[in-house]
Structure formats: structure tokens, C-alpha cells
Write a protein that binds this ligand. Structure first.
Ligand code: GDP
Length: 317
């Protein structure tokens, strides 16, 4: 495919179009695109940025991009908003905030949302990350809005996860429940200029201390004032330290292996289900039989578990 060739050469226009194709699951072309892309991935470093809305994620991403560009690195930014019905670069807020980078050829920014993601948003995000990787970006920043399961799944595709909190982002316990503490490689306490920032740092220190399990990586807590560009260099330094630690311990290879394995499982699962459903659709007798079973389940004449077993048995599965 010609367009994929252009992506591999770093053409941002082609990149934009291929991402749209991947997002839209365009005419079964996604598998073909991903097959061509795959030999060219693995060079980009992936940084996930997550945390409650309003904590300062976009501002931090914006400032980090400046530092990275100063180093001459090519950067891709994906902003994922699972709650938004828009897709294809329509998150107005991000656009305005990131405006200064739009004229910079070395920065590629893309917003993603729920529409057109048959395999689920995490799956689509994972494909978009790969396309960016293959296009020659050195760093890919993936920012997610919110703190749901979807965000956690997206973060599985990254190498360093920044969890951004602010004194205003509410209940620390709530964040803990949302599973953010388990995935953090670096805690960023943003809005350090606001009252309560120190208390939040102490809370997190205590929580990290309680958790114990000393691994090879000591999770740092970095205080930032993103709007004032304070603490961003230190944050970048900690990201680099984490990268070195992952590299040195072989953990990066392990994470990538795990990612590939999971992707294989998910893709196979999706393809099996698709094929199975198609064969059910094509078999009139079987379709009618399943229709009757659903009828019975609805009326409560048979429980859903026995019904599912019965259907599988009738299909010799
Ligand atoms: P996101 O929803 O997590 O992406 O948060 P944003 O980056 O959109 O920031 C939310 C608001 O907090 C914006 O109005 C920012 O200007 C503001 N903000 C970001 N960083 C700081 C900071 O360090 N201090 C203060 N006081 N405000 C900040």
C-alpha cells in the first residue's frame, strides 16, 4: 500500500489518513495496514499520562513536548477521551492548548474518542500508537481523560505511566479505588502552587510506604506547577530515569512481550467471535433455534447459563 510507505517515510498527512482508516476500521483494511506497519515498530518510547479531569494533564503534556522538542525529538501526542462522541481530532480544548505545536512538523497531535472502535477504544489506541511509532516518532505521549477501566487498559500499551493528581482533584481514596495507584511509575502532583499540595504529597508517600513491596523501581513523586513551567524538567528527568531502569532490568522487553501477547489474544478473540457470528447468521436453522432459546431466556423459562450451554452444544462447541 502506497500510503503506508508514505507513513514509514514520516509523511504527516499520510499518517493522519492512515490513522483515520485504523480508527474507522475502514473496509477490512486495518489488518492489512497493521501487517505492513508491524515490522517497523518498537523504536518509539511510549509515555502514558492519566489522572482525574482537571488535574493538569494536557498542560503537562504541552510543556513536556516543548522540552522534548528542544532535544530534537519527534513527538506524537494522542489524547483519548472515552466519554466523548467525537473522533478524528475534534477535542477543541486540546487543539487550542496545543496550538503552538501545530506549525511544528516534528509534533503530531491527534484526538480520539469512542466512535468507530469496534474492537474497543484500547485496541484502536494501541493500533494508532503503532502507526505513530512506525512513522518515526521518538516519543509518543498518550493522554487519557478520566479514570475508568478503559483508561487503565490503554495505559497497558505504554512504557512509563504518569499519574497526575492535583490538590483539587478530590478524594485520594477515590483515585486509589480507580486503580491509578497500581499503574503509576511516576506520581505527578500538579498545581503545587495550590493549598493542599504538600498534604497530597505526604498522603501518597504514606500510601507508597504502606504498599511496601520494594521493586527495582522506587516510584518518585514529582511536584509541578505546569502552567508556570515549574518542575517539568525534573519530571522529564524522572521519565528518562525510569526508561533507563526499564531498559537495564530487561523489564521493557518483558512489557513489550506481554503487550504483543495480549494483542494476539485480543485479536484472535475478536476474529473468532466475528467468524462465529457470521456462520450463525448464514445458518437459518441455527439462527431460528437461537432465536427460540433467547425467547425462552427472556420469559425466564430457562436460565441464561443453561441456555448458553445448550446453544454451544447444538453447535458442537
Ligand atoms: P486536564 O483535564 O487534566 O488535562 O487538565 P488541564 O491541563 O486542562 O488543566 C486544568 C486547569 O488547571 C487549566 O485551567 C489549567 O490552566 C490549570 N492548571 C494547570 N496546571 C496548573 C498549575 O500548576 N497550577 C494552577 N494553579 N493551575 C494549573
Amino acid at each position: 500500500m502506497d500510503i503506508v510507505e508514505r507513513v514509514l517515510k514520516g509523511d504527516n498527512l499520510a499518517l493522519s489518513r492512515v490513522i483515520s482508516m485504523v480508527e474507522g476500521e475502514s473496509n477490512g483494511k486495518v489488518s492489512e495496514i497493521m501487517k505492513l506497519i508491524n515490522p517497523h515498530i518498537g523504536k518509539a518510547y511510549r509515555i502514558g499520562v492519566t489522572g482525574p479531569p482537571g488535574a493538569g494533564k494536557s498542560t503537562i503534556v504541552d510543556k513536556l513536548v516543548v522540552v522534548m522538542r528542544r532535544e530534537g525529538l519527534k513527538v506524537g501526542v494522542i489524547a483519548v477521551d472515552p466519554s466523548s462522541p467525537f473522533t478524528g481530532g475534534a477535542l477543541l480544548g486540546d487543539r487550542i492548548r496545543m496550538q503552538q505545536h501545530y506549525l511544528d512538523e516534528g509534533v503530531f497531535i491527534r484526538s480520539m474518542a469512542t466512535r468507530g472502535s469496534m474492537g474497543g477504544l484500547p485496541q484502536t489506541a494501541s493500533s494508532v500508537i503503532k502507526v505513530l511509532d512506525a512513522s518515526g516518532k521518538d516519543i509518543i505521549l498518550i493522554e487519557t481523560v478520566g479514570v475508568g477501566q478503559c483508561e487503565l487498559d490503554i495505559m497497558k500499551n505504554t512504557d512509563t505511566v504518569l499519574v497526575v493528581l492535583s490538590p483539587e482533584s478530590g478524594d485520594t481514596i477515590q483515585t486509589m479505588k480507580a486503580g491509578l495507584y497500581e499503574i503509576a511509575d511516576i506520581f505527578v502532583i500538579n498545581k503545587a502552587d495550590r493549598p493542599g499540595a504538600n498534604n497530597l504529597i505526604v498522603d501518597i508517600q504514606a500510601m507508597l510506604h504502606l504498599r511496601g513491596e520494594p521493586g527495582s523501581w522506587d516510584i518518585p513523586i514529582v511536584a509541578t506547577e505546569a502552567v508556570n513551567n515549574v518542575g517539568i524538567e525534573e519530571l522529564y528527568h524522572q521519565i528518562q530515569r525510569h526508561r533507563q531502569a526499564l531498559d537495564g532490568s530487561g523489564e521493557l522487553l518483558k512489557r513489550r512481550q506481554q503487550q504483543r501477547r495480549e494483542e494476539f489474544m485480543k485479536t484472535s478473540e475478536r476474529k473468532i467471535i466475528k467468524r462465529l457470528l457470521r456462520s450463525v447468521e448464514q445458518d437459518g436453522q441455527l439462527s431460528r433455534y437461537i432465536g427460540k432459546v433467547i425467547d425462552k431466556v427472556e420469559k425466564g423459562e430457562i436460565d441464561p447459563y443453561s441456555a448458553a450451554d445448550e446453544v454451544l452444544k447444538s453447535m458442537n462447541l
